[in-house]
Design a protein around this ligand. Structure first.
Ligand code: ATP
Ligand code: MG
Length: 418
């Protein structure tokens, strides 16, 4: 990708009301654009990151037997009336269409997925089922001041599982928990598994929480064995002995990046999702649901991984692997050579499978180019200039490191691979 053609604009100043670090850096770097509080456009750089986060999530959901579907975001009132949630979900966006027909924009999809799965399930042989989607959800959040952490329209991966009995749900739930930990590890997030209230369905649910000052949740966690509880339900306090080991419970702020629930039969009852068991008896299917917010995850990564100069993306979600920068001088002849070497390197790196953003702009100063590169947070920066050309080399620097290395043109690919 040529930076001269890239649809973006970096800015130094952004609106006063944008207080959160993730929004400030993502807006300044031209990854997202704010339309209104809690609603953002994803620009090419930001979209690449979001899609990579979704890719990791997809791979891990597919690995536990999840099948991807896509349900509508526009949903009929009747379905929400069946579960009573038309009146109890306070953040539900409701609207009226022609003929007085009422709708909600999906804030979660139990009301849609349960009647859908009912159409496919007759006997125990049709179970278990696990389907998921990645889609924008809508919630009329009262406070939407934390950038991507709390959107009114935001991306969610929601998986729903359906089982013949609770034992099967329990074992799938544990598998999903493992898959979630893999997702967050791959995304470079150190997520704690936190015991939380189960909503109306079950005594407990599990949240995946990332410790950071910008978090809106308070949790207690053991410094030694990482056992953790959300403060809202906690049976323990800061300084108490850990209930699982001889460690001590600490208190901290955290961002909830995922949440898994055992829904049991709450929704299968409402939609009469039943099946015939081995003995030919009618039974209600047992459900679980599993959510991750890819856009919140993107914000969370920025919150925990940045410095005073900009974002530092973990390799797996960085918009590009390599930021190749050509620094042009006053000498036309040398500039031609710089351009030729840079284009050759771009081609060979792309052939070798690297995703490269090439800063090919001629009228832009080295200071501006380096400033933008640090703001973008691409893991590796490669610079070709008059100075490096003399040594048939490029300067290579990792975003998070100070050290710069000179590497010969013909050794670059090998160097990057290791
Ligand atoms: P919170 O308590 O932070 O409002 P929640 O518990 O209501 O979140 P869930 O219904 O469990 O959220 O949604 C599943 C996941 O979707 C969350 O773990 C989070 O990653 C993401 N998510 C929820 N609400 C938002 C939001 N307003 N903006 C961005 N992501 C969100
Ligand atoms: Mg939650």
């Amino acid at each position: 990708m040529l930076q001269s053609k890239l649809f973006y604009k970096t800015t130094k100043e952004i609106s006063e009301e944008e207080k959160s670090i993730n929004a400030q850096l993502l807006v300044r770097a031209g990854f997202v654009d704010k339309l209104m509080a809690g609603v953002y456009s994803f620009l090419p750089l930001g979209l690449r990151v979001l899609e990579k986060i979704k890719k990791v999530i997809r791979e891990e959901m597919n690995a536990i037997g999840g099948q991807e579907i896509l349900m509508p975001a526009l949903t009929p009132k009747e379905n929400w009336m069946k579960t009573g949630r038309w009146d109890t979900i306070d953040v539900l966006f409701k609207m009226e269409g022609s003929g007085g027909k009422e709708y909600a924009l999906g804030s979660t999809h139990e009301e849609i997925v349960t009647p859908l799965v009912k159409k496919m399930v007759n006997s125990y042989k049709d179970l278990p089922v696990a389907v998921y989607q990645i889609q924008d959800k809508f919630r009329d959040e009262p406070r939407a001041k934390s950038g991507l952490l709390r959107g009114r329209e935001f991306s969610m991966k929601d998986l729903y599982s359906f089982h013949a009995d609770e034992t099967d749900l329990d074992s799938y739930y544990e598998k999903a928990k493992g898959a979630y930990l893999k997702v967050f590890r791959r995304l470079g997030l150190d997520a704690l598994v936190v015991l939380a209230s189960g909503g109306t369905f079950s005594k407990y649910s599990h949240e995946f929480q990332v410790l950071t000052e910008s978090g809106e949740d308070m949790i207690f966690y053991c410094e030694k064995c990482r056992y953790a509880q959300n403060k809202e339900i906690a049976e323990y306090g800061a300084g108490d002995k850990c209930p699982k080991c001889d460690g001590k419970m600490l208190e901290g702020k955290a961002i909830e990046v995922g949440n898994i629930f055992k829904l049991k039969t709450k929704f299968s009852e409402a939609f009469d999702l039943n099946f015939l068991d081995k003995e030919g008896k009618k039974k209600l299917a047992v459900m679980g649901c599993y959510g991750i917010g890819p856009s919140r995850v993107m914000g969370a990564i920025v919150e925990v991984s940045h410095d005073e100069r900009g974002i530092i993306w973990p390799a797996e979600v960085a918009p590009f692997d390599v930021h190749l920068i050509a620094l042009f001088g006053k000498d036309e002849g040398k500039n031609k050579k710089i351009e030729k070497e840079a284009e050759g390197l771009l081609e060979s790196l792309q052939k070798a499978g690297f995703e490269v953003l090439y800063d090919d702009r001629e009228e832009v100063s080295a200071g501006v180019k380096f400033g933008e590169s640090d703001l973008f947070g691409i893991p590796l920066r490669l610079v070709i200039s008059e100075k490096t050309l003399e040594k048939s080399s490029v300067e290579i620097k990792e975003r998070a490191e100070q050290r710069v290395e000179l590497v010969k043109f013909n050794k670059v690919e090998k160097f990057l691979k290791k």
